[in-house]
Each structure stands twice: as C-alpha cells, then as structure tokens.
Design a protein around this ligand. Structure first.
Ligand SMILES: [Mg+2]
Length: 322
C-alpha cells in the first residue's frame, strides 16, 4: 500500500469540514480561522504501541484514545475544541484493515466532539503510534490555567476516579475497561468552569500527582479527604476487600476527569453547572497555604500511597497495576 492510499484510508472516515476550516487536508498546510477575538490553545500527545496500548486494545479504541487524551487537555483549560492534526507512524507490513479501524475510532471521537481533522502525516516506524495535535479556542478571560489556585479554594473533581486504572486488571468489569479504552474528555464541563474556577488540570496521571502539579504551579498546598473521592459502582465492587482501597482512586492514571480549584463563593454555581450537564462534580478537599499536598485517610491520618502516580515512561506499564 502506498503512503497516499494509507493516508486516504486512515483519514476517510474523519470529519474534514468544520468551524473555521478554510482549507483542510490535501494541501501543504491547513488554513484555519479561529473564532474572532478568541485565543488559540494547542496541545500535542502521542500514543505508542507497547507503551500506551497493546494487543488487548481494539484498533478503534486506539484511535479514539489518541484524540481523547488531547481533548482532555483542552477541556482542562476551558477551551472549545476545533481541529486536530494526526501524525501516524506505521510498522512495515501493518494490516491496512487494522489501520482503517484505528482511523474510524479517531473519527468517532472527532464527530462526538464536533471537531475536524485538518491535517496529517504518515511515516514508517518500528511500532504503531499516533501523535495528535489538538487545537481549540477560548475567550481571553476564560482560559483555565494551573497556576491560579488560592488558599481556601475548594477542590472539585468530576466523574469518578480509579476506574481507568482498575480497567487494566485482567477480568476487569466492562464499565472499568471502557473507561481505560474510551475516555470521555470533559469538554462541556471545562467550558462551564472557565468563568468560575481559579485553576484546573485534567487527571491523566492520577489525582495525587496531577494535584501536585496544580499546587506547584500555584505555589499552594492542598488537603484531600480520601473518603470523599467519587467512586463508580464498578470501582466499589472491584475495590471491596482490597488491601489498599485508596491506591487506585488516589493515584491511578488515565481517568481524564477534571480537578478544579474554585473559590468558596462560586462553588454552588459550579455544582449547578455540572448538574445541568449531568456530570458528577464532587468537593474532595481544599487548597491550603504552604506546599504540602496531604491526602487524609478516613481516620484523619495522613495517607502515603505505595506509589506516587502514573508514570508514562515506566517500563512494562501495560502490565496490570492492580
Ligand atoms: Mg493535562
């Protein structure tokens, strides 16, 4: 199969027209027009065979996740998603049907969030990988950053935590495996929080680690009550009788939920906005003075997890962690 056939098969299912696409796939560059008066937000992330996915993933899940993890970064900053570009690396002899299925997964995620695939590239490589650039926009005053949290802000977490990590275990419940394979970026919630939150981050590496990033950027600490962490029914079942029931919810990666710091006077509005969107949003702690990120167990004692969080460079990380 030639490079051009491969690109055609891979990109055929994806939406190509969309808001602000002046010229899409097919020329040397895409020509894109951001909404008037808004800032452009850009992010890039790669998913690599053997590191982020393996043979247990359906090809469609690989394509979906490659885009979804980028959209989660746009969600964390309150952006409206607009466009994506995809650089595909393909091993010699890869099954074209499998590649087409990867493309369909990416297309499904793009359609769900109303964005256009505006460009791409393909190269040979030793393993399959997709490097996706996602672009979005937001009004200048509504960009959510990591560095705006202030002591006293309430920490709110969307959805449920730990599902994606638990979804890696052999025989994991379907609901948990789905969270691992088809993450659902919280774009609408991110935009709703734009005018309300003082800081926000998406949870790709686990709450403990990502909250640490937010606090370091903001020059604050935080106190989280572990008993408040929102758990799905499937996670509760999976964790019943676990030696450490907090490890997955506090440190498990890839949930792609949002963690926002919201000033106390705006918490009711944030919770009401989430209710309108039918997305759970749960207060789990507060931003504090100092630099310590303290996780408090049910007895009030400080909890120190056996591992800090999800490490994307750790070897063999596709071996089930729980
Ligand atoms: Mg992020």
């Amino acid at each position: 199969m030639t490079e051009f056939e491969l690109i055609r098969r891979f990109t055929a299912p994806a939406p190509r027209r969309g808001t602000g696409v002046v010229l899409g796939i097919g020329d040397d560059c895409a020509v894109l027009r951001p909404p008037p008066g808004e800032l452009l937000l850009a992010t890039v992330d790669a998913v690599v065979e053997g590191v982020h996915f393996d043979a247990r993933f359906a090809p469609g899940d690989v394509g979906w996740k490659a885009l979804a993890v980028n959209l989660s970064d746009l969600a964390a900053m309150g952006a409206r998603p607009l466009w994506a570009l995809c650089a595909l690396a393909v091993p010699e002899g890869a099954d074209p049907r499998r590649l087409a299925a990867v493309g369909r997964g990416l297309a499904a995620c793009a359609r769900r969030h109303g964005i256009a695939l505006a460009g791409g590239n393909v190269t040979r490589a030793r393993e399959l990988s997709l490097t996706v650039t996602a672009l979005g926009s937001a009004p200048a005053g509504r960009v959510l950053r990591r560095d705006g949290a202030r002591p006293g802000d309430v920490l709110l977490v969307s959805g449920t935590l730990g599902d994606a990590a638990l979804g890696l275990a052999p025989g994991a419940a379907a609901a948990l495996a789905r969270r691992q394979r088809r993450p659902d970026p919280r774009l609408a919630l991110g935009r709703a929080l734009g005018p309300l939150a003082s800081a926000c981050i998406d949870l790709s590496d686990g709450l403990a680690q990502d909250l640490g990033h937010l606090c370091r950027a903001s020059g604050t600490g935080a106190r989280v009550e572990l008993s408040r962490l929102p758990l799905s029914p499937a996670a509760r079942r999976a964790l019943a009788g676990a030696a450490d029931p907090f490890l997955a919810p506090a440190t498990g990666g890839e949930d792609y939920e949002l963690c926002a710091a919201v000033p106390p006077g705006r918490v009711a509005r944030a919770l009401a906005a989430a209710r309108r969107l039918r997305i759970p949003l749960t207060p789990v702690g507060v931003v504090t003075r100092g630099r310590a990120v303290v996780l408090e167990g049910p007895s009030g004692a400080r909890y120190r997890p056996a591992r800090a969080g999800h490490d994307h460079l750790a070897p063999h990380r596709r071996k089930p962690a729980f």
